[in-house]
Design a protein around this ligand. Structure first.
Ligand SMILES: NC(=O)c1ccc[n+]([C@@H]2O[C@H](COP(=O)([O-])OP(=O)(O)OC[C@H]3O[C@@H](n4cnc5c(N)ncnc54)[C@H](O)[C@@H]3O)[C@@H](O)[C@H]2O)c1
Length: 270
């Protein structure tokens, strides 16, 4: 059911790789809620071609952008503003990549060159997007920017590897830039810390299935799905959340504040 929460709003959705992607589910919901969209992903991901199916479904152009390139990010905002004929109301940062995880490097033995690239793509890219948008005055007054995070930013999940540091940095950029963009133009910036979901990025984490099952048992409401995450993002893009900024918002069925559950104790006693 649509509530027209985003009627008249225009936004950029990054990171839709395939139909499991959180960004993919979010683009569908934003479209359903009346938004006009521009989709973007790294040129290498666009070559897979899947994103064209989504572009057709939500009637949006796809603009290639490697978020580690200043030039690409500038071109993304320029082309988006041309397409919309003006400013942007919301941006979804749904981008994560760990080169050390990909290369099978243990956290205690990471390659620092790969690490710099991982932090740049997964965290500083949010800074780059915000800084570029601010310089170009691309985001409208009371606009909303959401990036996706994970609780490994606060607590140790050993196999999450360097992505834990990337998420901690992402949440810090959210606070720091959220302050400046708030003062300057009432633009709000938040992260949503989402339950594990089986996506390409998610299942790259070692032992992912066990990890998901554990989270399910540790969450009073159960794991939050990507469609549920998309609903939360829509709400954050809507005018219903205008005074929420610089926050890390847990969307995890209660996992983050649960010490233990009966289901986990039962399992331990087996
Ligand atoms: N899946 C989970 O369990 C989970 C949980 C919490 C948070 N998140 C976060 O959600 C976000 C989206 O991930 P997802 O799970 O939907 O997986 P996904 O693999 O579908 O999405 C990750 C996206 O990042 C894009 N990307 C990678 N490098 C890029 C670059 N240089 N420039 C532009 N785009 C680039 C990929 O092409 C891909 O579309 C990530 O930030 C991820 O860390 C995921």
């Amino acid at each position: 059911m649509s509530y027209n929460l985003l009627k008249g709003k225009k936004g950029i959705i990054s990171g839709a790789l395939d139909e499991r992607s959180i960004a993919w589910r979010t683009a569908l919901k934003c479209h359903e809620e009346g938004a006009e969209l521009v989709l973007t992903n790294a040129p290498v991901a666009m070559r897979m071609g899947e994103i064209n199916k989504l572009a057709e479904a939500v009637n949006a152009p796809v603009i290639g952008c490697d978020v580690s390139s200043n030039e690409d990010v500038t071109s993304l905002f320029t082309k988006t503003m041309e397409h919309f004929g003006g400013g942007i109301d919301f941006v979804l940062h749904s981008i994560g990549m760990s080169i050390n995880v990909r290369k099978g490097k243990h956290y205690t033995d990471i390659d620092y060159g790969f690490n710099a690239k991982s932090l740049d793509i997964s965290a500083m890219s949010l800074h780059r997007m915000l800084a570029t948008a601010m310089k170009m005055d691309a985001i409208n007054e009371w606009g909303s920017v959401v990036a996706l995070s994970y609780i490994a930013a606060q607590r140790v999940f050993p196999d999450y590897n360097e992505m834990a540091d990337a998420k901690a940095l992402l949440e810090s950029v959210t606070r720091s830039f959220g302050y400046h963009y708030g003062v300057k133009k009432h633009v709000r910036v938040n992260t949503i810390s989402q339950s594990p979901v089986r996506t390409t990025a998610g299942s790259g984490v070692k032992g992912f299935d066990g990890f998901m099952e554990y989270a399910e048992k540790m969450s009073p409401l159960g794991n939050a799905s990507s469609d549920e995450c998309a609903n939360y993002i829509v709400m954050m893009f809507s005018d219903m959340t205008r005074k929420v900024t610089m926050q890390n918002l847990f969307h995890d069925g209660g996992f983050s504040f649960t010490g233990v559950t009966e289901a986990v104790i039962e399992q331990m006693e087996k």
